[in-house]
Design a binder for this molecule. Structure first.
Ligand code: FDA
Length: 392
């Protein structure tokens, strides 16, 4: 049986970072992945440009049942450490918005960076290799792989979450945690488009493809970003962000003209030119198709002069205090991440080691630490992977 100091299950962002770091420390490391290519989610991320971190990443940008858990790892390996690595490889990047850093070229550069790091530090990578069985034998772990058996002192689970099953995502990491008696918190799709009831969807159908800069809130969570109407419901960054906080039955509030008092604006427009059509007045503030739909919904229609203050208030409400209950979400099929996962109370926040099972580690998305949209999830993968890499 082949022997390794550490076996990492999953050649994603977290697994590759962990393996390269452990290799750097002289450990004999094997990375196995059932996919036939490494870092597939890195490759498709950020529209092919990989939003690899965020300048402002900090604990406040993560959801977890144990919110303080991520502090240590994010401090030990920060966004600035990863940026320095990207710069050492001469990869050009830019800030798109809100601290989000993207490659100028291609996300493939980040995959290649991690592959080069692993190679430089002697890591063995085996693709198209499934883990069929894992067992503790007192001294370490015995793994039955689809192409042989291996033994290791440290086993690192970096198999990601359930999002995008089409790409091979499974609940493998959660099952393995349970096998070793480690609790797993409830998992659900996050950073995911929301769907609408058929009647509302029908009413909003003409808006498919329209995007507005909105403030979207659910409970205390609030995001000011773009919102997109789609054929199935709502998407865009503001909706993806709020989806991580939304639960079935919750109401979502949307301001489609945040910061503006539409009632006062329309009143002023009516005083200036009462013969102006409502739709024309609204189109100064809103995308044309949205202005048309809002005007059509106000059945009195016609010119501003025909509209009472009460009607103008109703329009203001519809635009800036729109409240609705989503029907659901698009699910793991399109979710960017999985919320929940391996219960962090069972892990050491400095090393990601399972407290009750010596030598077993969980890193990246499989852990109950979920970032906002904007490079935060990769930063968690780099930080947690780096920490485990120092400990295996
Ligand atoms: P990841 O899922 O990357 O890797 C897990 C690996 O384990 C995979 O290679 C998989 O094949 C392998 N595996 C799974 N089960 C296995 C098994 N049983 N045996 C062997 N191998 C197994 N985040 C961000 O910060 N910026 C961004 O721009 C984006 N963009 C983005 C776009 C899209 C479309 C998605 C779906 C997601 C994003 N994300 C993102 C989220 C980000 O991709 C995600 O958080 C990280 O990839 C998680 O890294 P991990 O290494 O934990 O898992």
């Amino acid at each position: 049986m082949e022997r390794f100091d550490a076996v990492v299950i999953g050649a994603g962002a977290a697994g590759m970072m962990c393996a390269a770091e452990a290799g750097k420390r002289g450990r004999r490391v094997l990375v196995v992945d059932h996919a036939d290519a490494p870092g597939e989610k890195i490759r498709i991320s950020g529209g092919g440009r990989c939003n690899f971190t965020n300048l402002n990443a900090g604990p406040q940008n993560y959801l977890s049942q144990n919110p303080g858990f991520c502090i240590s790892a994010l401090r030990r390996y920060t966004q600035h450490d990863f940026i320095a690595l990207v710069e050492r490889y001469g990869i050009a990047y830019h800030e798109k918005t809100l601290g989000q850093l993207f490659c100028d070229g291609s996300s493939r550069q980040i995959v290649d960076l991690m592959l080069t790091e692993m190679k430089r530090h002697g890591v063995t990578l085996r693709l198209s290799t499934a883990v069929e069985e894992a067992a503790h034998d007192g001294e370490g772990f015995r793994l039955r792989l689809s192409n042989g058996s291996v033994h290791c002192r440290s086993l690192v689970v970096a198999s990601g979450g359930k999002s995008i099953p089409k790409m091979g995502a499974t609940g493998f990491g959660y099952d393995l945690a349970r096998q070793f008696g480690i609790p797993v918190t409830e998992t659900r799709p996050a950073l995911v488009p929301l769907t609408l009831e058929p009647t509302m969807l029908e009413r909003l159908r003409p808006l498919a493809g329209v995007s507005v800069d909105a403030v979207v809130s659910c409970g205390k969570a609030r995001f000011a970003e773009a919102m997109l109407f789609t054929h199935r419901g709502l998407s865009g960054p503001a909706i993806l962000q709020i989806s991580s906080y939304w639960r079935e039955g919750d109401e979502i509030a949307v301001a489609m003209l945040p910061g503006a008092d539409l009632f006062e604006e329309l009143r002023a427009a009516r005083a200036r030119n009462g013969r102006q059509a409502l739709q024309t007045a609204l189109a100064q503030f809103l995308p044309r198709r949205l202005a048309q739909l809002v005007a059509e919904a106000e059945k009195a229609g016609g010119n501003l002069a025909d509209l009472s203050d009460k009607a103008l208030r109703r329009i203001d409400e519809a635009v800036n205090r729109w409240r609705f209950k989503p029907a659901g979400s698009e699910g793991y099929r399109t979710a960017e991440v999985t919320l929940g996962g391996v219960d962090t109370r069972a892990l050491d926040s400095r090393t990601m080691a399972a407290k009750a099972v010596p030598g077993l580690f969980f890193i990246g998305e499989v852990v109950d630490v979920t970032g906002w949209l904007g490079g935060y999830n990769f930063q968690w993968a780099w930080s947690s992977g780096w920490c485990a890499g120092q400990a295996v």
